[in-house]
Ligand binder design. Structure first.
Ligand SMILES: *[C@@H]1O[C@H](CO)[C@@H](O)[C@H](O)[C@H]1NC(C)=O
Ligand SMILES: *[C@@H]1O[C@H](CO)[C@@H](O)[C@H](O)[C@H]1NC(C)=O
Length: 310
């Protein structure tokens, strides 16, 4: 009996160091994963060795299980057909334990345990997946729609269908940060596990100066990464600066058309007079002798002035 115990003890003692060295030989490391809804997510994991080993370690099989669930969501024994959710796959089935997840959905969010078996032992590592959704391009408007220079106005910049809640910043033409004056509204929607947030930022002015325009609003996601931006002009009402320049343009246009018309009338007048004179020269010599060069006006054409001078 005693000899059996001794043998068992000896065997255990022999095994413990080998098991420990195998444990220290490599480590499984997984980065926290942020996936984008409806896109492919890379779940980056790697085998790390204190001493060079990567060339010798080969995967035998992997299994990914959601914490508190029994059944793995994905299982792949190398050289066999993978089982579980077909959206998961191993990036490089021999050397690399990294996974890919296509068509990411919000229900993929959570904590997982990732089991990796190799020719040099096995490891289990926790990994987390969070899912975000990109905001649509922002849309802008002002209320009232047309603005009086120096008058009140609210500018709006809205971005929808993102997740989780992000934020919107405002800048004027000279890149001054106006965000502090703005008011953010976030409305959260959750329809059948598809979560989204609609952001609306209002930038109110008691008295706006058109010289500050155009304005720019920038949409950031929850990780403060810029996702979109929009530059927009305000529409100025009659009586404000832009309209003055419009009036000036109209006046200039009228003047051009007016002078063209006047020029045309002069040309017509001149041609008519010359033809009348030619006719008189040819057919009525006596009239020509009566002709007074001081009188330039032709009675046929300008009866009004003629009656005055005669
Ligand atoms: C943005 O949202 C605000 C508040 O919900 C709304 O009044 C405004 O009309 C929206 N603007 C656009 C361009 O959707
Ligand atoms: C603009 O102002 C906001 C709030 O005051 C601040 O959080 C943000 O970092 C500023 N952005 C820049 C680019 O200075």
């Amino acid at each position: 009996m005693v000899s059996v115990i001794v043998v068992v003890f000896a065997v255990v003692c022999l095994f413990i160091p080998t098991v420990r060295t195998s444990e220290d030989l490599w480590k499984l490391e997984c980065q926290p994963t942020v996936g984008i809804a409806a896109q492919t997510t890379d779940i980056r994991c790697s085998i790390r060795c204190p001493i060079k080993c990567s060339g010798h370690i080969e995967l035998v099989g992997v299994a990914l299980t959601k914490v508190k669930q029994e059944k793995p969501v994905f299982e792949h024994i190398i050289n066999e057909t993978p089982s579980g959710d077909p959206r998961f796959s191993l990036v490089n089935p021999v050397k690399d334990p990294s996974l890919q997840l296509s068509d990411t959905v919000f229900s993929d969010e959570g904590e997982y345990e990732y089991y990796v078996a190799t020719n040099m032992g096995e490891k289990t590592e926790r990994l987390s997946i969070s899912v975000i959704a990109k905001y649509r391009d922002p849309v802008t408007n002002s209320w009232p729609e047309s603005v009086t220079d120096g008058g009140p106005v609210d500018l709006y910049c809205n971005a929808s269908d993102g997740y989780p809640a992000g934020t919107i910043h405002w800048f004027d033409k000279s890149e001054n940060n106006l965000t502090i004056n703005s008011i953010m509204t976030k409305s959260i929607k959750d329809t059948n596990g598809s979560k989204s947030v609609a952001l609306s930022s209002k930038l109110p002015f008691k008295s706006i100066h058109s010289i500050l325009a155009p304005f720019r609003c920038v949409v950031f996601n929850s990780k403060f990464v810029k996702e979109g931006e929009k530059t927009f002009q305000i529409m100025l009402k009659w009586g404000s600066e832009q309209e003055h320049s419009n009036t000036r343009n109209i006046v200039a246009g009228v003047m051009v058309i007016g002078s063209l018309t006047a020029g045309l009338l002069f040309a017509l007048l001149f041609c008519r007079r010359r033809s009348v004179q030619n006719v008189r020269q040819a057919s009525a010599q006596p009239i020509l002798s009566d002709y007074d060069p001081g009188k330039t006006a032709d009675p046929d054409l300008e009866t009004g002035t003629e009656t005055g001078t005669d």
